[in-house]
Design a protein around this ligand. Structure first.
Ligand code: HEM
Length: 271
């Protein structure tokens, strides 16, 4: 055998398999109907779960780095997550044109299954500051998932760490915000808005201004994911109720209306 060809000889599984677990990953596609279109629905959902996992990892890295005042490490993680959010959002493409008839071919087989029950998406929302203890309820029956969510609920969100950093940098943030109950949804505060207004009115190359822009990119791309999901859902099922039991599109519209990192948007009116 010539020496410039790849190695073919492995005693056990390949080192690629040992690292990637491709054999496991490519045998997790258990479709529930005979419809040939269900495969891409299932795999797109699995692909999105993997992206959620990567993005949660980046934001946890960013939150930890902010706590340690390492804003450059935090910004690097956030910027990686921006590219990943773009890839996540691009994965809507195969489902974006789903018709009601196509979706109906396997919708019944999904039973009450819904993305609403995605624990990794919930962790993503918790990191953004959209905390809610009741979102743990669906996961009572899965101890590992429940424990991870419970931990995430009680940890300060990524945005809480950002606001605490603003305070350490001398911006006047009240104790009510700094010591808020982090298991509750973050509510916008005028002092945080004033801090961002000052940051954005000052040195555009300062690390807080650049951090603010990385967070704004994140917020915009999360909003796009929600809107792409909303439009795909409207195309696939109109105003029917969701498999998860919600009002469907009307419920998702309400969810998509919420602003991510609210003061980063409202401060712009005052710069
Ligand atoms: C085009 C096909 C899809 C339709 C028609 C659809 C429909 C819906 C509906 C109606 C809801 C509201 C809850 C309910 O009553 O079920 C929902 C929630 C959700 N879906 Fe989808 N979905 C689709 C694809 C996906 C995919 C591929 C993912 C990726 C994981 C996903 C993730 C989610 C998440 C995370 C929620 C909860 C959102 C929140 O809590 O704000 N969906 N979906």
């Amino acid at each position: 055998m010539s020496h410039d060809a790849p190695n073919l000889d492995f005693a056990g599984s390949t080192p690629y398999e040992d690292y990637v677990k491709a054999d496991v990953l490519t045998h997790l596609q258990h479709t529930l109907s005979d419809d040939p279109g269900e495969m891409v629905f299932l795999v797109t959902t699995q692909v999105m779960e993997l992206w959620f996992t990567v993005i949660v990892h980046e934001w946890e890295t960013a939150a930890r780095a902010l706590r340690e005042d390492r804003t450059d490490v935090a910004r690097d993680a956030l910027k990686r997550s921006v590219r990943e959010l773009e890839a996540l959002n691009a994965s809507w493409t195969p489902l974006a044109g789903l018709t009601p008839a196509q979706f109906n071919s396997y919708r019944g087989a999904l039973g009450e299954g819904s993305g609403f029950q995605s624990a990794m998406y919930r962790r993503l929302e918790f990191l953004l500051g959209d905390k809610s203890a009741s979102m743990l309820v669906p996961h009572r029956g899965s101890p590992r998932v429940h424990a991870e969510l419970e931990k995430a609920l009680h940890e300060p969100s990524l945005y809480d760490e950002v606001v605490r950093l603003l305070a350490r940098r001398g911006y006047d943030i009240p104790d009510a915000v700094l010591q808020r109950d982090v298991t509750r949804k973050y509510e916008p505060a005028p002092e945080v808005e004033a801090a961002w207004t000052a940051v954005y009115s000052g040195d555009q190359n300062g690390d807080l201004a650049r951090l603010g822009e990385a967070l704004t990119d994140v917020a915009e791309l999360v909003w796009r994911w929600r809107n792409d999901h909303l439009v795909a859902t409207r195309r696939a099922m109109g105003s029917k109720t969701g498999t998860g039991g919600s009002a469907g599109v009307a419920w998702l519209e309400k969810r998509a209306r919420g602003n991510v990192f609210p003061e980063l948007w409202t401060a712009r009116s005052y710069v």
